[in-house]
Design a protein around this ligand. Structure first.
Ligand code: DX5
Ligand code: ZN
Length: 226
């Protein structure tokens, strides 16, 4: 099943619990929690104390995306705050292999994120340690940007790598997913679609229903299946 992961970056942060309830009622699959440290990327968002409150407010699956220079030092905090999955960047300073193992040692799902400019093959030796690979389809740092079309080939390459080796690994894309490009993104191989502005802009229930419809369209066109 293809999943939506709603990025809280685009929600009304003064009403997180209301937004979480609306997401749940709209059948959003996961909640995407973007952590930025003002160093790996320019902005600063929110950290593990906020995640802890989100955890208390919902039983939904919490998909934490660390855009920070030193993710290894943060894993304990986010795992204890209630993350279900933690992704961090291959381009960060932490040792990727050790960090993936560290995440799993807390019983949390591990994921490696790759920026648009990084050759995706650099992630391949690590995919066996990943529960998910996150292909960034915009430059990390801001919500509301346009999908970078060149990333489509990366999605296909990761899907091929997963299928070829029989890995039990999900493939998430993050950035610029809209109703008009998501069928192609799914057909290319993604099975978790992060969407911020396209979920929280306007009516959440109608937006999510739209995504579930284009997922079916994309899956029907896909050359791969789970
Ligand atoms: C960007 C973040 C994304 C962002 C997606 O650095 O990682 O999760 O919130 O937002 P949209 O869907 O609006 O592109
Ligand atoms: Zn993200």
């Amino acid at each position: 099943m293809i999943k939506t992961s709603a990025s809280l970056l685009a929600c009304d942060l003064a009403d997180i619990s209301g937004e979480l309830s609306r997401c749940k009622a709209a059948n959003v699959d996961w909640i995407h929690f973007d952590v930025m440290d003002g160093a790996f990327v320019d902005q600063i968002t929110y950290g593990s104390p906020v995640l802890k409150c989100v955890r208390r407010a919902t039983d939904m699956f919490l998909d934490v995306h660390l855009m920070v220079n030193d993710p290894a030092s943060q894993i304990k905090f986010f795992a204890e705050a209630g993350a279900d999955l933690i992704s961090f960047h291959l381009e960060s300073r932490s040792d990727a292999r050790k960090t993936l193992e560290l995440i799993r040692s807390f019983g949390v799902k591990s994921a490696l994120a790759v920026k648009p400019g990084t050759p995706i093959e650099e992630a391949f030796p690590l995919v066996e340690l990943c529960d998910m690979v996150l292909v960034m389809t915009v430059e990390p740092g801001f919500g509301g940007q346009g999908f970078i079309p060149e990333c489509m080939d990366k999605i296909k390459a990761v899907r091929t790598e997963i299928q070829k080796n029989g890995y039990k690994c999900e493939l998430e894309i993050d950035g610029g997913a809209k109703l008009n490009n998501t069928a192609d993104i799914v057909a290319a191989g993604a099975d978790v679609i992060v969407a911020g502005s396209a979920v929280f802009g306007g009516d959440i229930a109608a937006n999510v229903k739209g995504f579930h419809e284009v997922f079916k369209e994309g899956a029907a066109k896909a050359a791969w299946s789970k």
